[in-house]
Design a protein around this ligand. Sequence first.
Ligand code: ADP
Ligand code: MG
Length: 289
Amino acid sequence: ATPTALLVGTGRGSQLGILIRGPQVLEQTRRVDTIVLDKTGTVTTGTMAVTAVLPGSGVDADDLLRAAAAVEAASEHPVARAVVEAAPSVATVESFRAHAGYGVEGVVGGSAVVAGRLSWVRDQWSIAVPEDDRTRVAELEASATVIAVARDGVYLGAIGVADTVKPTSARAVARFRELGLEPMLLTGDNARTAERVANEVGITTVHAEVTPADKLALVQRLRGEGRVVAVVGDGVNDAAALAAADLGLAMGGGTDAAIAASDITVVSGDLLVVADAVRLARRTLGIIK
Ligand code: ADP
Ligand code: MG
C-alpha cells in the first residue's frame, strides 16, 4: 500500500477493470502469497436487509426501528441502509458520530441513541441487557449480523441484518488456492455469521469479531512471519489494514477511505478479477507461461 496521489489504469489492467496506483504495484501483486478478505461488502454483496427485529421487553418494534434508523441514516456502513429501509419513518439526528468497526451514536429528538455491536453497547455505554435478550441475540447470530440499540441508557432491542455471498466468491477462493495463495476471512462481525460465510466459499482460516486495530495487527503479524500479504476490503474499518498490507485492494463500490488506502481498485467488486490480476502480474513478469 503506497500513499501516492492518483490511481491510473494501465494497459491490460484497465481492460480487467482494475485501477493500479503505479507500475511498482505489478511486482507487489506477483509476490503475494496470502490473501486476507474482509467479509461484508467484499466476499458478500454488502447489500443487507433486515431479517429480524427483537424489541426489548415493553418496547414497540417500530419505535426500535425508528430510533436505530435515525442514527443509521448518517452512516455509510452496509448495515445502515438496511435499517433505514426497514423503518416506517426516519427522524433527524444531531451530534452524529460513527465508531468504525463498532457502531454509531447520535441525539434523536433530544434522546441519546447508540446502535452497534452488542458487546460495544454493553461495555462502552454501560447498557444493561437482560439475560433473555442476550439469549435471543445469540440465537439470531446464527443467521444474521446483529445490531443492538439503546436510548438514554436503556436497552431498546436488537435488529438482525443479512446479505448474501457474491455469486463469484467461491470460485475466486478456489482460484486463489490454485495460484498458491492462502485465503483468510477477516471480519468485525460475529463468529457464527463469519463461519457460515467462510464455509460457503471454502475458507478455513477465520478471524471474527475483530476491531479495525486488530485487522491492522493481524496484517503486521502475518508480514512478520515472512508472508507477502494482500488485503481486500471496502470499508473505513479496513483502511489501516489495506495501508499496512504489501498489496491493498479496494472494492469499487467501497468507501473513499478504503480506495485511498489501496494500491488497486477493483471497479466491479468481483473477487475473480483479483485472481485475474495476480495471474496477469505473474504472466507479465514471466512467472507463468
Ligand atoms: P466487517 O468487518 O464485516 O466489514 P465492521 O468492522 O465494519 O464489519 O463492523 C463490525 C461490527 O460492528 C458489525 O458487524 C456491526 O455489529 C457493528 N457496526 C459497525 N458499524 C455499524 C453501524 N453503522 N451500525 C451498527 N452497527 C455497526
Ligand atoms: Mg466490509
